[in-house]
Design a protein around this ligand. Structure first.
Ligand SMILES: [Ca+2]
Ligand SMILES: [Ca+2]
Ligand SMILES: [Ca+2]
Ligand SMILES: [Ca+2]
Length: 463
């Protein structure tokens, strides 16, 4: 036969000077039933006393025995007044404090005890094996006592066997197995599993975005009681900008998430949270920890031209000529794709005479890809845009710059037209006679230039 005892840790402690502390008898089995005696015998008036309990869950009988009327759950302690009246006149009162403690006992009684002297003994863990002597049994009475505090976190339960024998050593009963369950006390603080928890979240993340998870443990019982159940909360946030409550923590899971909009890498790149874990689901001991959240960069700043207008002179006919360098500023992290500019000529380059590229220092290098012709077009007005290598993470305006390119004139050589001219003359052409007219044209139409002719080569006549 097995009997389960749950040793609830009740102690009765009385403060009244006219009441003596008495040891309570803890009733077996799961019911939290308490019985103790409030003793006013040292009081002067002790005849025809009526006791009234200040707690309706308890009642005091005529002999001063305090009994539990209803099922009472005792967390740490419970206090109530007991007043003794003598014909409706208050004579004395005492405070009854019920506390959990490690003093318990329980009597085992053999059914043969009435007919024969019975001797009791116990074996098992905590009795005759380690931790030896935690439980002792009064040999002749069958009272089972606990000799010292038990730690549930060390050994949560014990199984002992009770034997009843006669004076001659004859076994009188089948040994009784007793399972002793150590009920938990909240004697362990929760602790965070890391000294600092680190997480990161992209700037601009929406409320509800999960950031990281923190964890605290508690050695106490989290299954039958809540001494080991931890509740999480955020105690402080640094900086408290743009709001003092940028993050929320799930009290049960420890998941930290974004609570408000306004996370901005450029303004507040990091937050430090003091997090708190409290056992008994938030009602018990608390412990503090630290969570550091890095706000990572996204491309939420456009490159902006500075200055917005450029003017450059370009000599005609030059290919690969550096026209100008355009500059932009970008608030995002330097040398990232969110910062690196991409330039584009969106207007004024229909003839594809210009090209633009990004230099290593993020400037827009505007060059000629074909020679310009002063005589055809003396001025170009180009519209250039700048974006980033990375896409914008939010809707952003695109910055535009205007580049005015002035083509300058170069003194170009005159050109014969046609390039080669064949002329036939008769052999008897007299000296001084005109052979042909061969003229050159100067492309420099604006400059008023005079063309001078020379004969570069005049081979001698054959034979
Ligand atoms: Ca605890
Ligand atoms: Ca405990
Ligand atoms: Ca950017
Ligand atoms: Ca950014």
């Amino acid at each position: 036969m097995g009997v389960t005892l749950r040793f609830s840790k009740y102690r009765n402690k009385q403060r009244s000077t006219c009441a003596t502390p008495l040891r309570p008898t803890v009733q077996p089995l799961l019911q939290a039933l308490l019985q103790s005696v409030v003793d006013f015998e040292k009081c002067e008036a002790q005849i025809a006393i009526k006791f009234v309990s200040g707690d309706p869950n308890f009642q005091v009988q005529a002999d001063g025995t305090v009994t539990v009327k209803n099922h009472v759950k005792l967390r740490t302690q419970r206090k109530f007044q007991v007043v003794a009246y003598d014909e409706k006149t208050e004579v004395s009162s005492t405070t009854v404090i019920l506390k959990k403690e490690h003093v318990h006992h329980r009597q085992i009684k053999s059914s043969r005890a009435d007919e024969i002297k019975v001797y009791y003994s116990i074996t098992g863990r905590g009795a005759d094996s380690q931790p030896v002597g935690l439980f002792v049994m009064e040999k002749s009475t069958g009272w089972l006592n606990v000799t010292r505090p038990m730690d549930r976190e060390e050994i949560p339960s014990y199984t002992i066997f009770v034997y009843a024998v006669s004076a001659s050593g004859v076994s009188l009963e089948t040994p009784i197995e007793i399972l002793i369950t150590v009920t938990d006390q909240n004697d362990n603080r929760p602790y965070f599993t890391q000294s600092v928890f680190e997480g990161e979240v992209a700037e601009g993340s929406m409320p509800g975005t999960s950031v990281m998870t923190v964890e605290a443990l508690d050695k106490d019982d989290a299954v039958t009681v809540n001494n080991g159940i931890v509740a999480y909360s955020i105690t402080s946030q640094e900086p408290q900008l743009p709001s003092s409550k940028m993050f929320a923590i799930d009290p049960e899971t420890g998941v930290i998430s974004v609570l408000q909009t306004g996370l901005d890498h450029e303004k507040y790149p990091q937050y430090t949270l003091v997090i708190t874990a409290t056992d008994q689901e938030g009602a018990g001991f608390e412990t503090h920890g630290k969570a550091v959240i890095l706000v990572t960069d996204t491309n939420d700043n456009p490159p902006i031209f500075d200055p917005l207008t450029y003017r450059a002179e370009v000599p005609e006919n030059s290919v690969g000529f550096e026209v100008t360098r355009l500059t932009v500023t970008d608030e995002d992290t330097p040398n990232t794709d969110a910062w690196r500019a991409v330039y584009k000529i969106i207007k004024g380059n229909e003839a594809n005479v210009f090209g633009i590229s990004t230099t290593s220092d993020n400037m827009g290098l505007l060059t000629t890809v074909k020679g310009l012709d002063f005589e055809t077009k003396k001025e170009y007005v180009l519209l250039v845009t700048a974006t980033n290598k990375a896409n914008f993470s939010v809707a952003l305006p695109t910055s535009t710059a205007t580049v005015t390119v002035i083509v300058t004139d170069v003194n170009e050589a005159p050109v014969f037209d046609p390039i080669e001219k064949r002329v036939s003359v008769s052999e008897d052409l007299p000296s001084g006679q005109e052979v042909a007219s061969y003229t050159a044209v100067d492309p420099d139409k604006v400059q008023n230039q005079k063309i001078t002719y020379y004969i570069g080569l005049d081979p001698p006549l054959d034979g």
